[in-house]
Design a protein around this ligand. Structure first.
Ligand SMILES: Nc1nc2c(ncn2[C@@H]2O[C@H](COP(=O)(O)OP(=O)(O)OP(=O)(O)O)[C@@H](O)[C@H]2O)c(=O)[nH]1
Ligand SMILES: [Mg+2]
Length: 374
């Protein structure tokens, strides 16, 4: 059918969502899903109506027309499920669903910033991406262009600076799509209690018996500005229950894909060092967390461990700082250059490898892709 729809607002939860329908059939589609749409809806007017799926009320919405695109905008509530259902209804009427990104490919630093801001989920992420024009990458590029023109850059200084900037891709990835942090350890050490404290609400069931968490759960949380997908895993213990063993194996796969593993042990554990060594052996980035320190405060001695009481909310701020550091944000300043797209990475790599005569043009291209390079 000659009609396309796309979601213009982020897919994450928001107050208001907007779906755009364009093409010659858009009016017919609107008539099928909404009630009493006026024959002519002038662009300066809006219309309040309801959208039903058969007799099921999905949402009350406001419609505006966009005659320049031969279409309409549906402004609805911004919950992801409402948006998803509305798009499904529109699609079921024969409309093609496009991603808004398909209409616009960011072609300059400014467009990239506008494109990526909705993908961030923390204030720090928004600050870091939105700073990249006046500060960050934009500032550095403009400064570098001037310095190259006036021969103030040595070859090594330029490539050192670019390599430092390229290293920020790791931080950009986390700010845009979150870091995976898993809590692992033997059964009953307090993993779910810690997960719930860091989430600020009850995500996992807690009980004073082994094997309470059978399947891993996860939740997106904000750890001092860093979006973290916090994963609570099933406690390791020997069990005849096949389901539980399958869940423990699955947890193992998740641990291997994590950016950081909090290896948790209880201060009441017998032979804790042996268990700790066995736990951290295989993994890349780990932090030993000793829990239940409210029960025994006499053993808090190893500077490499963090000692907490998840139950009593003791020392969790220190743990949050350690998570930040271990994820590579110890010296993070949101105003520093951040490489957050492949286009930026490729251009910066070319600046290092290309002949010096092209460097200024390449950096101008970084700011705006429409710059021609001979
Ligand atoms: N005293 C004390 N008890 C705690 C602390 N943290 C957790 N507990 C208790 O330890 C018990 C087990 O806690 P959970 O959070 O369910 O432990 P878990 O590691 O998730 O257990 P599994 O899911 O079975 O692997 C519960 O009774 C908690 O209240 C703590 O810091 N201090
Ligand atoms: Mg648990």
């Amino acid at each position: 059918m000659d009609c396309q729809a796309s979601l213009l607002t982020p897919t994450k939860p928001g107050g208001i969502g907007t779906i755009q329908i364009t093409g010659p059939q858009s009016k017919n589609i609107l008539n099928e899903i909404c009630q009493d749409i006026p024959k002519n809806l002038p662009p300066e007017k809006i219309f309040y109506t309801s959208i039903y799926d058969d007799k099921d009320l999905i949402d009350q919405v406001v419609i505006s027309s966009t005659p320049e695109l031969n279409g309409y905008k549906i402004h609805c509530h911004g919950g992801p499920r409402i948006l998803q259902r509305l798009l499904m209804i529109i699609q079921s009427k024969g409309c093609d669903i496009l991603r808004w990104q398909d209409h616009c490919i960011p072609n300059s630093l400014e467009e990239e910033i506008l494109y990526y801001i909705p993908k961030t989920s923390t204030t720090l992420g928004v600050k870091a991406i939105s700073s990249q024009l006046t500060d960050g990458l934009g500032y550095w590029s403009r400064h570098a262009i001037q310095a190259i023109r006036s021969n103030q850059y040595s070859e090594s200084k330029l490539s050192d600076e670019i390599n430092t900037i390229l290293a920020s891709q790791h931080q950009a990835r986390i700010l845009l799509s979150s870091a995976k942090v898993a809590i692992a350890g033997p059964a009953n050490v307090g993993k779910s209690t810690l997960a719930n404290q860091l989430c600020g609400h009850t995500q996992s069931i807690i009980a004073d018996m082994e094997g309470t968490t059978r399947d891993w759960t996860h939740r997106l949380i904000d750890v001092n500005g860093i979006p973290v997908n916090l994963i609570d895993t099933a406690g390791r213990r020997s069990s005849d229950d096949e389901l539980e063993q399958a869940s423990i194996r699955l947890s193992e796969d998740i641990l291997h894909q994590s950016d950081l593993i909090l290896c948790m042990m209880s201060i009441t554990e017998e032979n804790p060092m042996e268990k700790i060594k066995a736990m951290i052996g295989n993994y890349q980035n780990t932090q030993i967390v000793i829990n239940k320190c409210d029960l025994d405060e006499s053993l808090l001695s190893n500077p490499d461990f963090v000692y907490i009481s998840a139950l009593k909310d003791q020392n969790l701020d220190q743990l949050r700082h350690i998570i930040n550091d271990k994820l590579g944000f110890d010296e993070f300043n949101y105003k520093n250059p951040l490489v957050f797209t492949d286009r930026q990475r490729q251009i910066l790599e070319s600046v290092i490898s290309d002949s010096s005569k092209n460097r200024v043009k390449l950096l101008e291209k970084l700011l705006d892709n429409n710059t021609e390079i001979q």
